[in-house]
Design a protein around this ligand. Structure first.
Ligand SMILES: Nc1ncnc2c1ncn2[C@@H]1O[C@H](COP(=O)(O)OP(=O)(O)O)[C@@H](O)[C@H]1O
Ligand SMILES: [Mg+2]
Length: 622
């Protein structure tokens, strides 16, 4: 298991704490100073109380009169100590709180930042539920022990001070201290070791429960329509039950150790009174000293628990940290290059695949990745439209991902205007290419925000222009609030075809010089789809057309392409115009015909979003 054995969890936990201190040294210093001040004042208060009893109360009882001056002095001293202790507690709490929440915020940012840098392949292997728990409960768990840490460090200083002051007072009482304090410490260590595997298990189950919950809610539609509520509830209940058992086992251990930790200092006080009484009779110590030491043991009991709090949280911290670090240390990110393409040019770009091979990473590291693309070579010349046609699983989406550099080839090169895409800066790549995927993603925001994405130079005019090109201006104009209409999960629900056209408009608004459409208009009426493509090839505003790589099935759409690349099983089998391929490549003709038949059935059943075809703006939604 990743969290390691309980034996090394202490060392690794301390390492995590050390890391926290290195990241926030100044705040930590403030908090520890407050805590040390508090600790030393605790010792001082014990001696003042001893002095009050020994030098004021006892003589007063013996002589029947109170020394007013001494009493006033003692009262002043105790008051001063109390005020300073408040200052110490304030500094410690404030510092500890700042440190803990700052670290949490910093690591949440780092984890989410990392998610965005990691390649798609990594995301395929990690569920959304796990990612959510990494950014939330794992980050929190990692920095949990920070809250009591300054208290514990101050307490350690205080213990050293206490033992030293004991030696100054009396060696016999010091021996009691030397027996009790290390025993307390040892008990805490045993406690945290026993706790380690239980906490790690609980932390893992927390992530699993949140993962299942996320999946069921995400797939609520499937769950409901397939009548799987009972099974889903059972799946969740079983994991939630495991988490409950794990937490109960944590609680049970706490139930055993907490009373022991509570009792030990009381036993110490008892031992001090017994030993102290003997030493008092021997005349080795005074009443003042005995009271001071007994009081010291009583007031020390509580702060020593702070060490236990830190140690008890360490296993959970290590478990959380391991899961956070797994994200932060994940490799496979795709570093960007330093080359930029001329940012001023709006001319269409040339895309070239040069002997590209590609394999997805295997699910398990020791297995070989299945070869998905082999020796793929083709070009989308500037301003031309190339259609990518092939059966399901042929590798079309993979080619689309490679073209916009969502993934990198295992061998070979993908170039834009002759430059390897791996050498381009992130901004240059984003400003040059745009991918529209088959499954549209719409943010829970306004239409305007969904399309403009806060990009520079994308105002309302550009948004409308993009909507016109995507044949989406008609339905957007008819929305109750136009561009200000809220769409997405909780907003106005759009049909699949409308969502597809919004995401297409989003891509077009950036004026890409290469547009990659991965079956991006499949839910749009075929005639509208053809009209969109025709419009992209010859923009009405007279602007330069983009180069287009389009994954398509429909005859009308394919026929518009300058060239068709036919792929089967990750290889380019044939290329040419649609008409050429129809006559020369049997597989191609079969595929297009089969698709056309399916399409006709679909159309008869009116499953498209819009049944009324062109012209745009007059479409009637279902
Ligand atoms: N994330 C992935 N991990 C592993 N294999 C994948 C992944 N995505 C696709 N594949 C496989 O790669 C092959 C090509 O897939 P894809 O490019 O999606 O084909 P197409 O878009 O032509 O249907 C298929 O065999 C598919 O199973
Ligand atoms: Mg695909």
């Amino acid at each position: 298991m990743a969290s390691g054995t309980s034996r090394d969890v202490l060392g690794r936990g301390l390492w995590v704490l050390g890391r926290a201190i290195r990241e926030q040294p100044r705040i930590f210093a403030v908090a520890v100073s407050g805590s040390v001040l508090f600790g030393l004042l605790v010792i001082a208060s014990a001696y003042v109380v001893g002095a009050v009893v020994g030098d004021v109360v006892v003589p007063a009882v013996e002589r029947g009169e109170v020394a007013g001056g001494a009493l006033a002095l003692a009262a002043t001293a105790l008051f001063g100590i109390s005020v300073l202790r408040v200052v110490g507690i304030f500094g410690r709490r404030l510092g500890a709180g700042y440190m803990q929440y700052r670290l949490q915020a910093a690591y949440r940012r780092r984890v989410t930042r990392r998610y965005l840098d990691l390649p798609l392949a990594w995301h395929h292997r990690n569920s959304t539920g796990t990612l959510l728990s990494n950014a939330n409960s794992d980050v929190e768990a990692a920095w949990y022990p920070i809250a009591p840490l300054p208290f514990a460090v101050g307490t350690l200083v205080m213990l050293v001070g206490a033992v030293a002051s004991l030696f100054f007072t009396d060696w016999a009482l010091a021996l009691v201290g030397l027996a009790v304090f290390p025993a307390l410490f040892a008990l805490n260590v045993v406690y945290s070791r026993r706790m380690a595997p239980r906490q790690a298990r609980a932390q893992r189950l927390r992530a699993e429960v949140s993962g299942i919950a996320h999946e069921s809610f995400d797939g609520a539609l499937v769950v409901k329509t397939m009548g799987r509520e009972a099974q889903e509830t059972a799946r969740f209940a079983s994991r939630a039950g495991d988490l409950r058992d794990a937490l109960i086992s944590v609680g049970r251990l706490r139930g055993v150790f907490d009373p022991m930790l509570e009792t030990l200092p009381s036993l110490g006080t008892l031992a001090v009174l017994v030993v102290g009484a003997i030493r008092l009779r021997q005349g080795a110590i005074s009443v003042t000293e005995l009271v001071s030491v007994a009081f010291l043991f009583t007031v020390l009991a509580f702060p020593v628990r702070a060490i236990g709090w830190v140690l008890a949280e360490l296993p959970r911290s290590v478990a959380g940290w391991d899961r956070v670090r797994r994200v932060l240390d994940s490799t496979g990110e795709m570093p960007y290059g330093t080359t930029t393409l001329d940012p001023a040019t709006r001319e269409p770009a040339t895309l070239a695949f040069d002997d590209v091979h590609f394999a997805y990473e295997p699910a398990e590291a020791h297995l070989p990745g299945a070869q998905v693309l082999g020796a793929v070579t083709f070009t989308v010349p500037a301003g031309k439209t190339v259609a990518l046609v092939g059966p399901t699983g042929a590798g079309k989406s993979t080619i689309a991902s490679l073209a916009v550099r969502l993934v990198d080839p295992g061998a070979g090169r993908v170039t834009l205007d002759g430059v390897d895409v791996r050498e381009l800066t992130a901004a240059s790549l984003a400003g040059t290419v745009a991918l529209v995927a088959q499954v549209p993603f719409v943010f829970d925001d306004t239409v305007r925000a969904n399309i403009a994405l806060d990009r520079e130079g994308v105002g309302d005019d550009e948004v409308w222009a993009a909507l016109r090109l995507a044949e989406a201006d008609g339905f957007v104009a008819a929305l109750p609030d136009g561009l200000d209409t809220m769409v997405g999960e909780r907003g106005t629900s759009l049909s699949g075809g409308q969502r597809q056209r919004l995401t297409l408009a989003r891509a077009l608004a950036g004026r890409p010089r290469l547009l990659v459409l991965d079956d991006a208009t499949s839910a749009v009426d075929p005639r509208v789809e053809a009209a969109i493509l025709a419009g992209l090839r010859a923009p009405a505003d007279g602007g330069a057309p983009a180069s287009i790589l389009v994954v398509a099935y429909r005859r009308a759409t394919i026929a518009l392409a300058d060239e068709v690349i036919y792929v089967e099983q990750g290889r380019v089998v044939a290329r040419g115009t649609h008409t050429e391929l129809l006559t020369t490549v049997p597989g191609y003709a079969d595929l297009v015909t089969a698709y056309e038949q399916a399409e006709q059935e679909r159309e008869q059943n009116r499953t498209y979003d819009e049944v009324t075809p062109l012209p745009s703006g007059l479409e009637v939604d279902r």
